[in-house]
Design a binder for this molecule. Sequence first.
Ligand code: GLC
Ligand code: CA
Length: 567
Amino acid sequence: MLTGADWWRKAVFYQVYPRSFYDSNGDGIGDLAGIIEKLDYLNDGTPGSLGIDAIWFSPFFKSPEYDFGYDVADYCEIDPRFGTLEDFDRLVAEAHRRGIRVILDLVVNHTSHEHPWFKESRSSRDNPKRDWYIWRDGVGPRRRPPNNWRNNFFGPAWTWDETTEQYYLHSFLPQQPDLNWFNPEVRRAIDQVIRFWLDRGADGFRLDVAHLYCKDEQLRSNPPFFRRDKVEQRMPFTDRTWMMNLFSLFSLPEFQVKKYNQHHPETHRVLKEFRKTLDEYPEKTSVGEILGEDPQVIASYYGSGNDELHMNFYFDLAHCRWKAGAFRRCVERWERLLPAEAWPAYTLSNHDIVRAISRLGGGKHGDERARLLAMLLLTLRGTPFIYYGEEIGMKEARLPRRLLQDPVGKKWYPFHRGRDGCRTPMQWSGGPGAGFTTGEPWLPVGPEVEKRNVAAQEKDPASLLNFYKKMTWLRKELPALLTGSYRSVTHGVPGDCYLFLRQSEEQKLLVALNFSSRRRELALPPQFLPARLLISTDQSRPAKTLHQSPALGPHEGCLLQIAGVEG
Ligand code: GLC
Ligand code: CA
């Protein structure tokens, strides 16, 4: 197991969506016992496994599942669909035995409306827990909502409650009422939740929508969309995928800048308190889901570098168009904006985003691109997060309306099919139910399962899965990849290639990625030669020493070690 206070900087993380990973009892829903059975796949200590060092689990706490676990009804109970607290203890023990750390999803901007706290809170205006949530009178004779805030899925952020004749605030579904983070009792209660799991062996948390915790206390209405601030560092329109641009266009009907209901200064104080608690325990970590247009604001959640979040997802990488320059600019922007002590966290997708291979697939080139992206993700300066199934090239599923489960898709179909398409069962084999379940899977199996499955790819030395394995294990042996500095190389590099250096005291590595579907000649500066080719995305290309600038094949990526700095 990686040890030391900064183990998480060297780790490869893997996101498990528990409903879809492995079903041990045939009810069609993945569960904790199932995950335990598959831990060896993730890391059995040998290069035959994926070499994962930590797992982030999407929530498996008690929940009525209006938003599939992101609506928690009891923070300290496992939902019976997934198992029991004993299963959890076993999961932690079995993961730790394999050197895998366990990261839980802390969903505390809101609870479920079925959480006992909310039930109490809504029972009467003078209930002691009334102030744990955000309640307000209606405005005017028609008792309109207190302000113009919209929730992040669809519709207003306020719902009228008949019992006590007031509105309550919800940043997502009406079944997800927002907690009042200005209330000190709420803070204490969540602190206890954090300690509960740390005491039980969890190694840290992913913080769901942490930028939303605190809102304007005066509840001022948001300004109209056209009044939005100029953001210098915003990702250019031309660098984003058409899908991302379309998505922003669709959220236009909301017609407002979320000025007063996100990124409140008090939230930073909350995160500093979290960090103090985490720091009381050895070797804990955190990663925030902070969303926003301005990377400067996102970077601010690192605090001074080590007093707020340990890591913070940088989603711009998941929004890039298939252009070498877009990816390079994206990484450079983040490198420039981060405080010196801060450590990046990169991901290509998660349970809310269209699967990377489908987003950037470009039809027949999809598989080559997936391989190039794997090399990028595993060589950047920062902690990589792999979304389950990405290592076998799982594609986004296009589901008919009647099979949709995600409330977002149900509401917006056919403009937006929601997030079910990226949450389909993990494809363990080409057999029925993709080897995920012996029963009827809760969502249908994704496309092309006959080749996009673990069993088939384990047998094929040139598969994407085997490339991932080679990369993760190689990475562990290369200090320049784990902790080295980052620098782009642009001199002598064709515009559709992306090259960067990773350098530590003992070694200097060059990553060269060809984003085009043509062969590209590189003209490397003489000090980069000779160089040793450590690995190529083209598995037929042998490791060897190069005395001349290499040419990169179509969509080829190479990891080279530059001589001279070897320790
Ligand atoms: C985060 C989660 C998403 C969820 C939302 C509300 O964005 O990743 O799945 O719907 O928060 O909790
Ligand atoms: Ca099950």
